[in-house]
Design a binder for this molecule. Structure first.
Ligand code: GLC
Length: 577
């Protein structure tokens, strides 16, 4: 059966996602229409004009489902409803209709690795006895002897949780012979409130097909698949030791991640997604360090795309950026997918801040910086933003699709000094307040420099810093050279630039300048160095249409990004054919 959604955008193009610019909305922090301090779906609808003027092709919404927010909504109580604080299903439909009317596609997040502990299935599992069908939708196991007389007093394995602490929690039985006593343990690779689902159970598989159809029937155009590499697990006894969560092997034999069996699940999903015309798109969040393995999720017979976090993890370095782009493009092509690019999302420190820190920054010093409330090491914010803008224009010129995170178009920095008592990320609680976690990139957006709460709505659920005022959308709107105007110009020009999914690398003098040309003649040049660099011979600056260094297309254009024979430090230029 093939169904065409009544609200599909005007031009049903099955390949729309291949080179799309997709804007990630973290709904609680985007725009608050009802003034309760939490962003909502009517808030998204109200900002459709802004999104349309930005020039993006699609929005991806992080979870808006009913949730206790133990993990910012990635703890889902009901996969087929809207959190009442964020709106209703009718609000969702209105948002999709408004997006489609603006020719913007809609991608929603699916969270299949775990439900929340308030999901009806988990409640039923807790109410049922060990060995029951209700328990078999999750991973409930007996513990190991603790040597102190309790045969199940230790967790079934040494697996850690992503947010700190162990991955097993013991329950008090409510049914069966041990009612009233401590009993089995359940697995949660994330927070305690996020029990992992058992994907060997056909009922779990079938239910997610129902969820995909539920949203597809409501007109969504694609899905972002959370922790896609985690669904298949080797639970055969005895459980293998895995004291670190990192994936060290590229042969599918890790007990928890990127196992070969996961691909059967997504082949099943593709069958469901292909019931629609055009087929629904999907992108895997698979933190797999091996490009070839990661691209298995992106095969046309599976999800179609997988996030590529390589640039996100790279230093601002020309050789590194070029090597990553070359490798990812050629491997994406070989797999039949298109590459994806990401610098920021709701899980990482915003890239304008990352690039403001010394290149020697490691995860440890990054955390020290957050814990010291932004004091050490001292960030060079001007440099961070300059590099972020240059990196963005380098990336937006590449073939493939660009995933942008709300607020990066304003040049927002991480809010590094959030008061400790405002923090909400489970990382903060599960590490005994030693790691701050991800709240600093989730602070509600500044829309207006003069309105209360910077125009977000009610008193925001995370406090906004003073400096948001300078970066508010209305302060940048129409201001030549602002980050917002740079994004708007780039996203508009990008539609002309993205003719074919390929590029040619051109040689440039020195190591710092990287230069490429798209088949239709568009050229992109980035100087990654901290000093002005010589322009490659033959570059015709009269074709300059955009620079990350300041306004383009006006008198003085070239002076902002390039002069005569040089390109400014940490700057990208776009040259039209
Ligand atoms: C993904 C999400 C992250 C969430 C985790 C558990 O990595 O991006 O925000 O905490 O999955 O669902």
């Amino acid at each position: 059966m093939t169904a065409t959604s009544p609200s599909s955008p005007a031009h049903p193009d099955a390949n729309w996602w291949r080179q799309a610019a997709v804007y990630q909305i973290y709904p609680r922090s985007f725009s608050d229409a009802n003034g309760d301090g939490m962003g909502d779906l009517p808030g998204v609808t109200a900002r459709m004009g802004y999104l349309s003027a930005l020039g993006i092709d699609a929005i991806w919404l992080s979870p808006f489902y009913p949730s206790a927010l133990a993990d910012g909504g990635y703890d889902v109580d009901d996969y087929r409803d809207v959190d009442p604080r964020l709106g209703s299903l009718a609000d969702f439909d209105a948002m999709v209709a408004a997006a489609h009317a603006a020719d913007i596609r809609v991608i929603v997040d699916v969270v299949p690795n775990h439900s929340s502990d308030r999901h009806r299935w988990f409640k039923a599992a807790l109410a049922a006895a060990p060995g029951s069908p209700e328990r078999a939708r999750y991973h409930f196991l007996e513990g190991l002897p603790d040597g102190l007389g309790d045969d199940g007093g230790l967790p079934p394995s040494d697996w850690p949780s992503h947010f700190g602490g162990g991955a097993w929690t013991r329950v008090v039985e409510t049914a069966g012979p041990r009612a009233g006593q401590l009993g089995q343990w359940y697995l949660h690779l994330f927070a305690t409130e996020q029990p992992d689902l058992n994907w060997d159970n056909p009922e779990v598989r079938e239910d997610f097909h129902t969820t995909l159809r539920f949203w597809a029937d409501r007109g969504v155009d694609g899905f972002r698949v959370d922790v896609a590499h985690g669904l298949a697990k080797d639970m055969s006894p005895p459980l293998r030791s895995k004291p670190e969560l990192e994936i060290l092997v590229d042969d599918g034999s890790d007990p928890l991640f990127d196992r070969d069996e996961v691909h059967e699940i997504f082949a099943g999903w593709r069958t469901v997604l292909n019931e629609y015309n055009p087929p629904k798109a999907a992108v895997a969040e698979a933190w797999v360090p091996f490009t070839e393995r990661r691209l298995m999720y992106a095969r046309p017979t599976e999800l179609g795309q997988a996030f590529n976090f390589d640039l996100l993890q790279a230093h601002f370095d020309g050789a590194e950026f070029r090597a990553i782009a070359e490798k990812c493009l050629s491997e994406a092509e070989a797999s039949g997918a298109s590459s994806t690019w990401v610098f920021s999302n709701h899980d990482v420190i915003r890239h304008a801040s990352r690039y403001a820190l010394p290149d020697s920054t490691t995860l440890e010093t990054l955390n020290a910086w957050l814990m010291d409330d932004g004091v050490s090491p001292e960030p060079d914010l001007a440099r961070g933003l300059r590099r972020a803008r240059a990196a963005t224009l380098f990336m937006l010129g590449l073939p493939g699709s660009a995933y942008l995170y709300q607020g990066e178009e304003l040049g927002l920095f991480e809010v590094a000094d959030l008061p400790h008592d405002s923090l909400q990320d489970p990382t903060w609680f599960r590490t005994g307040n030693t790691l701050k976690g991800r709240d600093g990139c989730r602070v509600p957006l500044p829309w207006s420099s003069s309105e209360p709460n910077f125009g977000f709505g009610g008193t925001p659920w995370l406090p906004q810093p003073e400096w948001f005022g300078h970066l508010a959308a209305d302060a940048q709107d129409g201001t030549a050279g602002s980050t917002l105007e740079m994004y708007r110009a780039a996203l508009k020009l990008r539609r002309e630039l993205q003719a074919e999914e390929s590029l040619e690398w051109l040689s440039a003098p020195g190591d710092e300048v990287v230069h490429y040309r798209r088949p239709n003649g568009w050229e992109v040049l980035t100087n990654f160095g901290g000093q002005p660099a010589q322009l490659p011979a033959g570059v015709d600056l009269s074709k300059l249409v955009l620079t990350s260094g300041g306004p383009a297309g006006t008198a003085g254009t070239a002076a902002e990004g390039a002069t005569g024979a040089t390109i400014a430090a940490e700057t990208t230029l776009w040259l039209a054919p």
